[in-house]
Design a protein around this ligand. Structure first.
Ligand SMILES: *Cc1c(COP(=O)(O)O)cnc(C)c1O
Length: 372
């Protein structure tokens, strides 16, 4: 990276909150303060006792409400984030063969885990060019279709539509859930970590499971397949029903997720969240389209994520330098995903991010680029 010129933004061009990272993402300060106020009554108390169990219960109930989940869907929680869920699914959700849509680093990672599993057949992996997404292809041999609602590394989103086939639909919704529309009848498992849209913290996974998914989990659990207890989805289901987790969760994460759900429900639920994301993304993409030096990385406007915008810069302007100057000014985590190798900025537009701050950010970038 070239030397970083020192450019100081005028105060009017500094967003009220400078966190634009795609995960960990902006956590509401109100939630942090609320946690602080609990003092000695929550942190440092047993996760098997009513105080913490009530928070887990509130997360389960709040998620059902937020997503209008059918009564027979279960909200399941486990420790380890979406990455742990991939391992759990490899052990306890895929019967023999899965199909993966691979269109970025995260969707590719799940496929890799499955490829190495000695108890499964080689998965079918359907790739598309970076910056686009493929579609699932019905295959009678496939018993699980692995989709990704929003590929956080590339800023591509795809609608969640059940393929016309037997087989479960498992959706990685890590940077989508809570910021994109989804119809529960179109998935069997919708799983995510809460440090993205839900402005919580990492280390947890949450999965909405349909009756068919719960059936499958039970059947594989009862078979003679070896499953490490930590990764057992059946144990996760059994514990979640009791508002607990198999092993010790991060209590602060639980608290922040509960506070976030409450605030989203108070603001108007998923409709409110979707509207915030739509406004922010409209601001970013129209700015990039009108810009002489920036343009949206994703060519098909329908595939441009409303939650994570990827914006390329022309070759003369080093995006890493722009991100570094922004950081000097307190505006953090706007750099592109390294492994993608693009001259790119990546801006999270989760519901916690104020669209006014997004607007200010675009003006700040213009100001910096003019002076570079
Ligand atoms: C961040 C992310 C992950 C990984 O989440 P961890 O909590 O770090 O395991 C997986 N999938 C997607 C789409 C993500 O955005």
């Amino acid at each position: 990276m070239s030397d970083i010129p020192s450019i100081e933004l005028p105060t009017g061009l500094i967003p009220e909150d400078g966190r634009f990272g795609s995960g960990p993402s902006k956590v509401r300060t109100e939630s942090l303060l609320e946690l602080g106020v609990t003092g000695s009554s929550f942190m440092g108390t047993s996760h098997r006792q009513p105080t913490v169990k009530a928070v887990v219960g509130a997360i389960r109930g709040g998620m059902s409400k937020l997503f209008s989940l059918p009564d027979d869907y279960e909200v399941v929680l486990g420790v380890g984030g979406a990455t742990a869920f991939w391992a759990s699914a490899t052990f306890g959700l895929i019967e023999r063969k899965s199909q993966h849509l691979d269109f970025g680093v995260f969707s590719g990672k799940f496929a890799k885990v499955v490829e190495g599993a000695p108890h499964l057949e080689k998965p079918e992996v359907i790739k598309s060019d970076i910056g686009t997404h493929p579609l699932p292809v019905p295959n009678p041999e496939v018993d699980l279709y692995a989709l990704t609602h929003n590929e956080t590394t590339t800023g591509v989103m795809m609608p969640i539509v059940r393929p016309e086939a037997e087989g479960l639909v498992a959706v990685d919704a890590t940077s989508a859930a809570g910021g994109m529309a989804v119809d529960p009848s179109q998935f069997d498992v919708y799983y995510f970590s809460p440090q993205k849209v839900f402005g919580g913290d990492g280390g947890l996974w949450i999965a909405f499971c349909s009756p068919a998914a719960l059936d499958r989990i039970g059947r594989i659990h009862d078979s003679d397949r070896w499953i490490p207890g930590f990764l057992s989805l059946q144990l996760a289901v059994n514990n979640s029903i009791k508002d607990q987790t198999t092993n010790t969760p991060a209590l602060a994460t639980l608290f922040l997720v509960r506070a976030q759900i409450d605030s989203m429900l108070e603001m108007g639920g998923l409709d409110w969240a979707l509207d915030r994301c739509a406004r922010s993304s409209e601001i970013v993409y129209s700015w990039a389209e009108d810009s002489t030096y920036a343009y949206p990385f994703v060519t098909n406007a329908a595939e441009r994520s409303t939650n994570v915008a990827t914006v390329n810069l022309t070759d003369e302007i080093d995006a890493d330098v722009v991100a570094a100057i922004l950081r000097e000014n307190g505006i953090v985590d706007t750099g592109g995903y390294r492994a993608l190798g693009q001259n790119q900025l990546r801006i999270a537009m989760f519901p916690n991010v104020n669209p006014d701050d997004v607007e200010t950010l675009t003006m700040a970038i213009d100001y910096i680029v003019e002076r570079m």
